[in-house]
Design a protein around this ligand. Structure first.
Ligand code: 5GP
Length: 143
């Protein structure tokens, strides 16, 4: 997969954005959506997406990024309040060689806990029923 490619409107996050595929939603506004990562690398791992289509950071419009980052900050603050992690890792991958597996721009918010290593990236599916209460706790903490 090239670093920049034609946006595929059938990618899994486009389908989640259109409602064609489900997600455990935490937050939504006119420009952004946040939901639980289905293969979490730690307790509370979530994703924030712009609704505007772009392959990754490299082809995103500056105005898309300007709408995305405040939501990333609000969700990171909500994770801090709700889950009280010892750290919060924010990551974003561009190109499959860099670890990108879904080609609609998204930012990972990954709570980090003292003494706990991350689980492998996009590897172990979570039980949806364990994600719902976490999503509710994070959503309640959004200010
Ligand atoms: P990337 O590797 O592209 O940065 O991250 C894609 C992320 O999306 C991975 O962490 C993976 O676990 C997650 N993911 C892949 N498919 C789905 C899905 O259908 N639903 C949700 N909620 N997350 C997904």
């Amino acid at each position: 997969m090239p670093l920049r490619n034609v946006y595929d409107p059938d990618n899994i996050f486009a389908k989640i954005l259109s409602g064609e595929m489900p997600c455990v939603k935490i937050y939504e506004d006119d420009e952004t959506l946040a939901f639980m990562d289905i293969f979490p690398q730690s307790k509370g791992h979530l994703l924030v997406l712009p609704k505007a289509p772009s392959h990754n950071l490299l082809d995103a419009k500056p105005e898309t990024l300007a709408k995305l980052m405040p939501t990333v900050q609000r969700l990171a603050q909500a994770v801090e309040t709700a889950l009280k992690p010892d750290g919060i890792q924010i990551s974003q991958f561009n190109g499959s060689v860099a670890g990108q597996t879904v080609f609609h721009l998204h930012v990972h918010i990954i709570p980090r806990y003292e003494g706990e290593d991350l689980d492998r990236h996009a590897a172990m599916p979570a039980d949806i029923e364990t994600l719902r209460p976490l999503a509710e706790r994070i959503a309640k903490a959004i200010s």
